[in-house]
Every structure is written in C-alpha cells, then in structure tokens.
Design a protein around this ligand. Sequence first.
Ligand code: F0G
Length: 350
Amino acid sequence: MGVGVLKTYRELLPVTEATPMITLGEGDTPLVKSNRLAAELGCPELYFKLEGCNPTGSFKDRGMVVAIAKALEEGSRAIMCASTGNTSASAAAFGAYSGLPALVIIPRGEVAMGKLAQAMAYGAKIIMVNGNFDAALELVRSFTTKHEVTLVNSVNPYRLEGQKTAAFEIVDSLGDAPDYLFIPVGNAGNITAYWRGFQEYHQLGRSKTLPRMMGFQAEGAAPIVRGEPVSNPQTIASAIRIGNPASWKGALEARDGSGGAIDMVSDDEILEGYRLLASQEGIFCEPASAASFAGLIKLHKKGLDLSDRRVVCVFTGTGLKDPDLAVTSVAPQTIVVEPTLEAVEAVALS
Ligand code: F0G
C-alpha cells in the first residue's frame, strides 16, 4: 500500500525515534518473470526487477528517501547533488515533498529530456556545467564542504542504505538469493548497495545463498573494466556516462566477494537489449538499464550455462525517461491514413 522503504525495513535501516518516516511510495517494485526471452537464453528462471516503477521512475528513490529523512532529522536546510539525471529527479521530488530546496548540477546537454523535465517540474534549481558528471560531482563535493548544504549523491552513506532494500525485496520474493544478479554500473553505488543488502540478509539467515554480482558498464565508459579512470566517457546510455565512479572500491568488493564479474557492453549491444525487452517482453526500460540484460546476452553467447540457474536482471529506470532515444532508435511503425474504415482496413489487414 505504498508504505515505503523506511517503514518496511526500519530494523535494517539507520532509523531512530527522531527519523521522520517520510515516503513517496518508493520500493516494493515488481519482480516479473520473463515470458519469452528466457527460453532463448536457455534460462528457465529469469526475473526482471522493475525499478522504473518507483515514484520518480528510477531506483534512486529508495536511497533518496533515507538520505532526505536523515537530512530532515539533522536539521538540514537545503540539498545538493550532481547527476546524469535520475538522482536529480529524485532529489528534486523529495526536496519538494519535504520543503527542502534542491540544487542540482548536471552536465550540459547530456541529461535525457524526461529527467530534465522532472527536475524542472519539481522546482529544483538546475545548474548546468560545461563538463561531465565526474566534474559535476567534484563541484558538489567542494560546494557542500564549504556551505551548509547536504550532499545527497550516493557518497552520502544513507543513500546506499536505502538502495540495499532492493536486494531484500528480491530475496523476500524468491525465498532465497538468485544465483546471478545482473546490474548496470555507473557511479557504482547501486552494485555496492545490492551486495550489502544480500550479505546482510544472508547473515540474518533470511537467505541460504549469495548471488554472483554481474556488473555491466558501457564500453565507452568502462573505467572499472579497464582499471583506470576514463577522462571523456561516451555512451548512448547517458545515465552511466561516468569515467571515475565514486564507489569504485565497493564495486570491486562486490565482484570479488561474490565471485562475480564487472564487464562491458557496446552501445549496439545495449540498444539490442533495449529493443528486445520492449518488443518481446513489454518492458520499456532506459538504455542504461538495458546494459544489465545486454550483459546477460553477451555472457550467454560466450557459453555461460544458465539452464539450472536463477537469474535476476535489474532494470534501474523507465524508458519514458529518454523518449527521444525511443523514437529515434526503433524503425518507424506509424502509418498515416484518412479517417475512414476502408483506409484503416487497408493498412491493418495487410
Ligand atoms: N541506471 C540508471 C537508470 C541510472 O540512473 C544510474 C545512475 C545507474 C544505472 C548506475 O547506478 O551509479 O549506482 O552505478 N545514475 C546516476 C544519476 C549517476 O545521477 O542519476 P550507479
């Protein structure tokens, strides 16, 4: 009933008597079983975690609600973040909800239209910089060190605390952890948070196993795969266009601690996954999200045996965030006709 992650998982979150139990209805997102693509991948148990169903259309709301609740508890007067778009949408929404002015710094010309529209509608002050996400995050770090403004990027520890609840939900739904978790990696906060969530549940005895964490970066923005920062990251998946992830270490710990992998997929592979999910499964996620599925296809092609494996792919944001890409990246399917039954029949029955 939209009670939110603070109430649902309060024992496992940094909630005190003084924490306001705010919510915009985040969390409790669907875990949908693949209906068609699973068979092609030889993976009978393939699930999709639809994080685009969160109130602002991405997983960021899980962490933002905790960061904002703690900011309110601590008497904060304003919040700030750098963003490729989704964090800014979420910060702006929770800022509006709780009466905290939100300042967002975004790379100019690199944020998808839906995300920009959200930050504007929620009333954030939007500062566009002539630089990439990594530069924007550096500015936010400097600004919030100097001024009394709460930083709400995932370097704020409360963000990852909230985001780990997605791992709890997966275990709660499946009764145990999956064998593999496929997830896109940008600033690397989310893979770090999921791994923490799975480990905490395991320690509490709520799952018998731990998943292998399979993180995927975009080929043109794959610093962790390459082992060094990328100064000019490029990819169609603007959400993960990041060259120097803040949670780099957390991602390596997730990879190594779980026996998983951090790999990369090309923009073509991302777009193929994006189109397949929409046209074969009815799931419209944003390109960055499709990197997780593109990674699964890539490893399947390389011979990874999924026949008796339980696999979860995390789709971090909705496709509606980036409508321009949706319209330009699929073959045109619209046909204009005169408003007569004959004209409609001529097209529809052909
Ligand atoms: N998918 C989407 C849709 C995202 O927006 C992001 C990150 C990621 C995946 C990667 O998650 O950074 O925790 O590894 N978006 C951030 C933002 C950077 O500013 O909205 P990560």
